[in-house]
Design a binder for this molecule. Structure first.
Ligand SMILES: CCCCCCCC/C=C\CCCCCCCC(=O)OC[C@H](COP(=O)(O)O[C@@H]1[C@H](O)[C@H](OP(=O)(O)O)[C@@H](O)[C@H](O)[C@H]1O)OC(=O)CCCCCCC/C=C\CCCCCCCC
Ligand SMILES: Nc1ccn([C@@H]2O[C@H](COP(=O)(O)O)[C@@H](O)[C@H]2O)c(=O)n1
Ligand code: MG
Ligand code: MG
Length: 218
């Protein structure tokens, strides 16, 4: 949904910044790599210590690089297969760091085995959601479904809740409840999305196989 409706807005907003980076001689791959490094650092340094506000601020500064790198590649007329591979692969790394950092918090001083498990489920199911599409497309299917909770939704729900939960440390009472609520929403939403994509791939695969065997018989 966000990918459909918010992308155009962010493309407009980020295009001048992407153009500036190009003029400075920065490459799209460098933006992809630095952005991922920044997200990983924010997540793995701050979240395991329960510093959700500063972790989220750091991650937010870098996560938009994922919209800038593709924008730069398109402005340069240099969108490439390698760039698409690098972008998607490092998305998985960044997501693993975000939910991994939160899982480390709950496994340690956050002291909740249940929320640690829910967070690990968010991490794993998010990766599987992305894999279903990548694998479906790799076997030649269109995978004509995005599903309820894509990556942008997973990130926005988790990061907004994390950032606000972090205000607890600045004296806002009760606000830390937002993070567990968000993690449950992302977990359930990712499960639904996984099922939506698997069902779509199953239908598309059956149709493609039927068309292929029908074509062979004729
Ligand atoms: C006082 C309170 C403190 C608050 C602290 C700050 C809170 C900040 C909160 C949030 C900021 C969140 C920003 C998140 C931005 C996410 C941008 C992003 O990375 O989007 C990813 C996506 C890129 O698409 P790709 O094509 O590169 O990726 C594909 C995707 O990963 C596929 O995954 P799948 O969906 O299948 O699981 C893969 O399959 C594929 O391989 C891969 O290539 O970009 C988009 O989707 C575009 C839409 C971006 C929409 C961003 C919306 C940000 C909106 C709101 C920010 C809200 C801020 C509110 C703060 C409130 C605080 C007061
Ligand atoms: N280093 C990169 C990163 C991305 N691309 C191209 O952009 C597409 C992704 O666009 P986003 O707006 O989602 O970032 C990707 O599929 C590549 O075509 C690139 O070439 N090099
Ligand atoms: Mg990108
Ligand atoms: Mg990306």
């Amino acid at each position: 949904m966000l990918n459909k409706y918010a992308r155009a807005f962010f493309t407009r907003v980020l295009t001048p910044f992407a153009a500036l980076l190009i003029r400075l001689g920065v490459s799209p791959d460098a933006v992809t790599l630095i952005g991922t490094g920044g997200v990983m650092a924010g997540a793995l340094v701050f979240y395991p210590q329960g510093e959700f506000f500063w972790g989220t601020v750091t991650i937010t500064l870098f996560v938009f690089s994922d919209l800038v790198d593709g924008n730069m590649a398109r402005q340069l007329g240099r969108s490439s297969r390698w760039g698409a591979f690098l972008d998607s692969t490092l998305d998985r790394v960044a997501d693993a760091a975000i939910f991994g950092g939160l899982a480390l918090w709950y496994a340690g001083r956050g002291d909740s085995l249940t929320l640690c498990a829910v967070t690990i489920f968010c991490l794993a199911s998010g990766q599987v959601v992305s894999y279903t599409k990548a694998r479906g497309e790799a076997i030649g299917l269109p995978v004509n479904v995005n599903g309820l909770v894509e990556r942008a939704e997973r990130l926005v729900i988790s990061l907004v809740a994390c950032g606000f939960s972090g205000l607890h440390k600045f004296g806002v009472p009760g606000i830390q409840i937002l993070l567990p609520i968000a993690l449950w929403i992302v977990a359930v939403g990712s499960l639904v999305t996984m099922v939506q994509r698997v069902v779509t791939v199953r239908r598309e695969a059956a149709e493609a196989d039927a068309a292929a065997s029908g074509g062979g018989a004729g």
